[in-house]
Ligand binder design. Sequence first.
Ligand SMILES: [Zn+2]
Length: 414
Amino acid sequence: MTVLNPARTVAELKELRALTGDEDGAQRVAWTDMWAQARAWLRAKLEELPVEVETDEAGNMWATLRGASERALLIGGHIDSVPNGGWLDGCLNLLAGLEVLRRLAAEGTPPVTVRLVDWADEEGARFGRSLLGSSAFSGTIDPEELLELRDRAGVALPDALAAHGVDLRAAPGARRQQANAAAYLELHIEQGPVLEDMGLPMGVVLGTFGVERHRITWRGQAAHSGSTPMHKRRDALAGAAKLALHIRDIARETGDGAVCTSGGVVCRPGIVTSVVETAEQLLDQRHLDGGKLAAMLDAARRAGERFAAEERIAVGWDRIWRIDPIPFHPELIELADAAVREVCGASHRLPSGPLHDAAEVARAGIPTVMLFVQSLRGISHNKIEDTLEEHLQLSVRALDRLADKAMAWIGGGR
Ligand SMILES: [Zn+2]
């Protein structure tokens, strides 16, 4: 007999929506009064359990259920939302985790310590810095880089944090929370269409994509649209256009979830009476496999050289940003897959396009895995974000099963 009550999770999600949302959606932007109110609501529920609740140097809120061993299983989520956000992003993770804590506490002392964490400012909606609390935990934050960030009203990030009792310069102290962490689990809505297209309620996340972002500058020659014969032209846009089409083949041929996007082209002089002299093109490429990502970039570069020669134009590449793929733990992926199969009958493994707090935890070297539950229409960061209630309930059961498997795995001396 178990006290796990997934219907209660759905009811609590609705309670939170009523408390912190309006006709435009969820309004729990981090470092606002509404966010603090949402946290106080969560804290009150946690305090009904035999757990210790604390807030760390970066504003992350932790609830710790002491186990027979100090080695700890972490379960995470984020109660903050984007403005006009959905009712599930981030808070499903927490409320499902709360239900798991309730079940474990009712059964007595768990074999390992279990800690639920509400990461501070996952979304970065107000100051543009995502994963703030989890990057303080992982040790990848540099407070000096954030001192000048301001919101639209001109409020500086350090002042907004201070209003909620957080000293930005002390935030890296949250690293101490890594002590005894043996595994990290996160349940999240998919925020994409893959599981819905496959008719599956849930899947297991293999990791987060590596990303390569470049600005490609094509240089031809401006020339009169009326007097320049076609064979005399050196048209910079022709190179960008050929590449924009070719990257679709590169992604298709690479497979395994590969995506390539030509996000925009700016042409100069950009008038109807001139051949394009320069075309600045933005390219985003993503893959879960670092080698395949590098190969996709190489293929795009080689194609660019070819198109430049064909069009008698020049091409130059500048990297805007890159991040390595962050793979999740292979043994935890197996356990997660088993948990999803037991609860839903079938599972699917997929990469995550968006970054999540789980990526920061994995970067810290803590074995990590995520579960995805289907998103209707693949829509998120929008008030129409939704998931079937039966799928939400399955997701609570799957997280609960996975927590037991992960505790046994930790207890096995890992
Ligand atoms: Zn989220």
